[in-house]
Write a protein that binds this ligand. Structure first.
Ligand code: IMP
Ligand code: MG
Length: 179
């Protein structure tokens, strides 16, 4: 059985939106210090790689990994740090770069965790937002696309480790996605 239901977003549409986000973020830069883009492993890596190249100005990158779905497609609710940042963010202007917001639990945890380290500012940029699925409120500053409740893969997002390298965003058939 073919797992893929349909193409949600083609590469041109993604690239155009990433350019627009980069331009918006560029306008918000403080100018006195580099922006620190904190990309959340592993799903946001491809988005982050494209996004930082659309930002005009100094950008540094760091990475953090948190547990979320593992190989399964249902959020457990519990979040923990699997890999922490390499550097301090005290006094820094931080931009969290995430692939997708579903329940909001991952980002809520990340925001609290990073705010406690006293950055000068902290903002969130997500490529995708499944608004209807939100369980906890999170202030999101930049959203690429608001999408319906469906299981999405490609452009960094995976199902059971697969599809991360697919250049488009795809919707998988609900029957194909086992929790
Ligand atoms: P949340 O904590 O429920 O907001 O889940 C956020 C995380 O779940 C994201 O960072 C993704 O890693 C994963 N996730 C949520 N929805 C999808 C999806 O449709 N496809 C792939 N991963 C997803
Ligand atoms: Mg993620």
């Amino acid at each position: 059985m073919d797992e893929v239901e349909r193409v949600l977003l083609r590469r041109e549409a993604i690239a155009k939106r990433v350019q627009e986000l980069g331009a918006e973020i560029s306008e918000s830069l403080s100018g006195d210090q580099p922006l620190l883009a904190v990309s959340i492993l592993r799903g946001a890596v491809i988005f982050a790689a494209d996004l930082v190249r659309e930002i005009q100005g100094m950008v540094e990158m760091d990475f953090m990994a948190v547990s979320s779905y593992g190989d399964s497609s249902v959020s457990s609710g519990a979040v923990r740090v699997l890999k922490d940042l390499d550097e301090s963010i005290e006094g820094r202007d931080v931009l969290i770069v995430e692939d997708i917001i579903d329940t909001g639990r991952t980002l809520k945890f990340l925001l609290q965790n990073l705010k406690a380290r006293k950055p000068r500012s902290i903002q969130i940029c997500t490529l995708l937002d499944k608004v209807d699925r939100r369980e906890v409120e999170v202030p999101v500053d930049y959203v690429g696309f608001r999408i319906p409740d469906a299981f999405v893969v490609g452009y960094g997002l995976h199902y059971a480790g697969r599809y991360r390298n697919h250049p488009e965003l795809l919707v998988l058939r609900a029957e194909a996605v086992t929790p």
